[in-house]
Design a protein around this ligand. Structure first.
Ligand SMILES: Cc1cc2nc3c(=O)[nH]c(=O)nc-3n(C[C@H](O)[C@H](O)[C@H](O)COP(=O)(O)OP(=O)(O)OC[C@H]3O[C@@H](n4cnc5c(N)ncnc54)[C@H](O)[C@@H]3O)c2cc1C
Length: 293
């Protein structure tokens, strides 16, 4: 049923990266909610698994560094991202996004790091981490390097992380979140246990008058083979009064995205979602920032 040839429980991050380097077949297992499904489906045969499940001291939890950077351990469950007082006070839109995968049971087994490493365009943390410009620290026996999230996704289910690299930290610098309010909009046919047909995150920074857009970030999951930001939509509405931006943003985002047909939805339906969800996410993000719209 589960074709597992080897399971090793890493004692430390050091131990995990050394074992990963030594065994060329090995992959990491965190919560296992993707890995085990893939093994059961026969997509991974005779699996060699290195579990990081016990590495709570090194890889679990959310903290705030002295310079205001938010640091999230990859082993943090979705539920603990949602309930983190630091997340609620600084990047609440990431908390909202992490409150949507699966159901309550999944959110206390699936990790944010696993969601990033699976590299699915539908991953619920993806568009929000894109909008916040997250920095991803990976470690291997060769040392540590940082991959900005815009450079992480290499294709459906593929990342630029090497097989022997372990994601050890997710960072969001202060200037990436300070002054922004946001909204994550997940569209699916059900409210729970549903992979996103479309995910959209809008972060907005309003001018002092609360009616003009000083800055904006608009990111999508499932609007293409990888999560993406719509820079054309952002550039097209930056500096505009909120109401004018709302009227324009949907079509700009449509022109800048490349959704595909799938059994979940047609390309045309997804384009309609992109238009509508951009508008609604902007309205909600601006309202949260104090706009009267
Ligand atoms: C019933 C069900 C419903 C689901 N619903 C949703 C949903 O609504 N939205 C959604 O986004 N996802 C959903 N998922 C997918 C899954 O739960 C998430 O992607 C989850 O975040 C995976 O985390 P994990 O810890 O279980 O990862 P694992 O399964 O342990 O690992 C996933 C992948 O990441 C790698 N990996 C994990 N951690 C690291 C690390 N620190 N460094 C390097 N590589 C690592 C593994 O090798 C593997 O390739 C669902 C899954 C199930 C079973």
């Amino acid at each position: 049923m589960y074709d597992i040839e080897m399971l090793y429980e890493a004692k430390s991050v050091d131990d995990a990266v050394k074992t990963l380097a030594a065994d060329h077949k090995a992959i990491i297992i965190a919560g296992g909610t993707d890995v085990l499904v893939n093994i059961r489906a026969g997509k991974i045969a005779a699996a060699h698994l290195i579990s990081i499940h016990g590495l709570h001291d090194e890889l679990d939890g959310v903290s705030l560094s002295d310079d205001g950077t938010i640091e999230i351990g990859p082993l943090t469950w979705f539920h603990h991202v949602v309930t983190s007082p630091i997340v609620q006070a600084t990047v609440p839109t990431l908390g909202d996004a992490c409150n949507t995968p699966g159901g309550p049971q999944l959110r206390v087994s699936g990790t944010i790091g696993g969601n990033i490493c699976t590299a699915a365009t539908s991953g619920d943390s993806a568009s929000t981490l894109f909008a916040y410009g997250a920095l991803l620290d990976v470690r291997s026996v060769r040392g540590i390097r940082t991959i900005p999230i815009e450079k992480w996704y290499a294709g459906p289910g593929k990342s630029t992380k090497e097989r022997d690299e372990l994601l050890v930290k997710i960072r969001i610098p202060k200037d990436h979140y300070e002054g922004f309010t946001g909204y994550y909009f997940k569209y699916g046919k059900r409210r729970a246990l549903e992979i996103a047909t479309m995910g959209c995150c809008c972060l907005v920074k309003l001018a002092k008058d609360k009616s003009t857009i000083d800055d904006i970030r608009l990111a999508f999951g499932v609007a293409g083979p990888t999560p993406m930001r719509s820079f054309e939509a952002e550039d097209g509405v930056r500096g505009l009064p909120v109401a004018e931006a709302v009227a324009k943003i949907g079509e700009l985002a449509q022109a800048d995205t490349h959704p595909r047909d799938s059994w979940r939805a047609s390309k045309e339906f997804r384009l309609q979602l992109i238009k509508e969800m951009s508008k609604r996410s902007l309205v909600e993000a601006a309202r949260r920032g104090g706009a009267d719209i």
